[in-house]
Design a protein around this ligand. Structure first.
Ligand code: FE2
Length: 352
């Protein structure tokens, strides 16, 4: 229901206008002066205020100024006798929405109130529509966010599953992919890459040896020295990994980095003798993490070589085999931050 406040010091006018409006279905409050009107206005929520101008102690103009400080939506109509027409016109300039000449005729008064009611209803409808739109947009955003989160979780669990599958076939290097992934993410972080990039490098690290699925288990778990043919078969795992991943719905750099994780800066690696910038930054990081982790860990054919030997390898071959900035970040990580290898599953990011 539309709420109207009538402010006039003449009781007969107040009561007449009040009766007109109540019969027309409005909720009406009245005030016998501007101070009382101000009190009612401040404590209630009126849609339309009809106020006289000339009143003792506080004028209708002063009341209007007060109302406009806190409310720009409420419709304000000023009532005026002939002597104050100019003042009423001035009031309209100052923010009143119209004025009514006294004596006020019922038909004119109700028509003016009806016009302003239409404006109020249109404003209320617009606000409702905006609220509805906001609500719909918020719900849509929440839905997209929750679907993206659940898709991310599914993708992450598939990465963890693939990592476990490879490790079950190659138990002698159990935990290798997880340690490489975590170390690669720590190096990426040291190089100040964004969080999503670091978590993506971690994900690539977790599955970088996926191509070993095609290498016979007898060769993977063979203790002691392996033959040249067996070594060649093992070497195929990076190309096999690329072939597998390039056929699934994963970002292209997953397959490329897995395929490049045995390449070297100077082109001495395999399978494609890629050099320098032909190798992705994700791959450069993975290469160093893979070499350091492999040297620090025990293998069926040799004991662990230790951190000093691993860091010596990347230092000696800094700029030849390995990316110098990646080498520096890795050394810094172990020497200054006392990084220790970590084989837990951490947060991964797969760009969708
Ligand atoms: Fe490998």
């Amino acid at each position: 229901m539309i709420k109207v406040l009538i402010v006039d010091d003449e009781m007969s006018i107040r009561e007449t206008l009040c009766t007109f409006l109540q019969h027309a279905g409005y909720h009406v409050d009245t005030a016998e002066n501007a101070i009382k009107g101000r009190e009612l206005f401040d404590t209630s929520d009126f849609d339309i205020v009809v106020t006289d101008i000339i009143m003792p102690r506080m004028t209708g103009i002063e009341l209007m100024e007060h109302m406009r400080k806190t409310n720009s939506v409420c419709r304000i109509l000023v009532m005026t006798g002939e002597a104050t027409v100019e003042t009423a016109a001035q009031a309209v300039k100052m923010g009143a929405n119209g004025y009514l000449n006294k004596p006020i005729l019922k038909a004119d008064f109700l028509a003016e109130i009806a016009d302003n009611t239409e404006v109020i209803l249109a404003q209320k409808l617009k606000r409702l529509e905006e609220m509805e739109k906001d609500l719909y947009r918020d719900q849509l955003e929440d839905m997209v966010l929750s679907r993206t989160e659940s898709l991310n979780k599914s993708m992450a669990s598939i990465i963890y599953l693939l990592a476990n599958v490879v490790e079950h076939r190659d138990p002698y290097t159990s935990g290798h992919q997880r340690r490489v992934g975590n170390l690669a993410a720590a190096i990426a972080q040291k190089l100040k890459h964004p969080k999503d990039f670091c978590n993506m490098v971690r994900a690539i690290g977790y599955i970088h040896d996926i191509g070993k699925i095609v290498v016979p288990t007898e060769i993977l778990s063979k203790p002691g020295k392996i033959s040249d043919i067996e070594y060649k078969l093992i070497q195929q795992h990076s190309q096999s990994g690329y072939d597998m991943l390039s056929k699934v719905v994963l970002p292209e750099n997953f397959a490329i980095a897995v395929g490049q994780h045995h390449e070297r800066m100077d082109g001495s690696g395999y399978p494609n003798n890629r050099k320098g910038e032909e190798i992705l930054m994700e791959s450069h990081i993975l290469i160093v993490a893979d070499v350091v982790e492999a040297m620090m860990s025990h293998r069926p054919y040799r004991p662990a070589l230790g951190i000093d030997r691993a860091l010596e390898e990347i230092t000696i071959n800094r700029t030849t085999k390995y990316h110098p900035q990646v080498v520096d970040a890795c050394i810094n990580l172990f020497k200054d931050n006392h990084y220790t290898l970590d084989d837990s599953f951490g947060e991964v990011h797969i760009p969708l």
